[in-house]
Design a protein around this ligand. Structure first.
Ligand SMILES: Cc1cc2nc3c(=O)[nH]c(=O)nc-3n(C[C@H](O)[C@H](O)[C@H](O)COP(=O)(O)O)c2cc1C
Length: 190
């Protein structure tokens, strides 16, 4: 099983990265191959950071040969993709949304169809929109035909993914939810 974590924060060592690493660490202990990648760096490597619908269908012209193309290839190889984002104005970061907007080619080729997707969020407020952010991530994953999974497992019934109140490394509940999500991922029949 290959589990890929995608960090939608510009911070490589921030709260979102911490949560993704907690899950990936557990998945690795359970025998999965894991990797963490930065969505921010990939999106910024494209000729335009946002989709400007330069062609239809998408010709991939804006990201050919860039870190973003590499990242899309990585997603194509993954069995499970964990999308992580800080909560920005009640939703995912602009970087992560830009990443999804640039997946028209993958969608047209059904490249992500049937892969598992999960959401991880971190907000500065206790109820700052973490669950809404997870829903928005789920929606984008479903538009690409992915199968959304949550964080319920034998360790405990979760909800919509991991929702942390930063600093995430002090949020014991969210850390427990990371472990539960990892357990859920490891239980998938892949
Ligand atoms: C532009 C911006 C918008 C934000 N909006 C929210 C928000 O709506 N709700 C919230 O709880 N926190 C909000 N925050 C705080 C971040 O979500 C929080 O600090 C998060 O844990 C940062 O994660 P990171 O360290 O992975 O970047 C916002 C921060 C920024 C910079």
């Amino acid at each position: 099983m290959y589990v890929l974590g995608l960090n939608g924060s510009h911070k490589d060592n921030g709260n979102t990265a911490f949560l993704l690493n907690e899950i990936l660490k557990e998945c690795e202990k359970g025998g999965a191959r894991v990797k963490l990648e930065s969505v921010h760096n990939a999106v910024m490597s494209a000729k335009t950071p946002f989709c400007v619908s330069c062609s239809s269908p998408c010709s991939r012209a804006c990201y050919k040969g860039t870190a973003l193309e590499f990242l899309f290839d990585e997603v194509s190889k993954a069995d499970v993709v964990i999308f992580g984002s800080p909560v920005y104005f009640g939703s995912m970061s602009a970087q992560l949304k830009a990443f999804f907007d640039k997946t028209r080619n993958a969608r047209a080729n059904k490249a992500w169809l049937g892969k598992y997707a999960a959401a991880v969020t971190s907000g500065g407020s206790k109820y700052g929109g973490q669950e809404r952010t997870a829903e928005h991530i789920h929606a984008c994953a479903m538009v690409s035909g992915m199968t959304v999974i949550g964080n319920g497992s034998e360790l405990g019934m979760g909800h919509f993914g991991v929702a942390a109140h930063s600093p995430a490394n002090e949020d014991e509940y969210a850390i427990a939810q990371c472990r539960s999500m990892a357990k859920n991922i490891l239980s998938l029949k892949i």
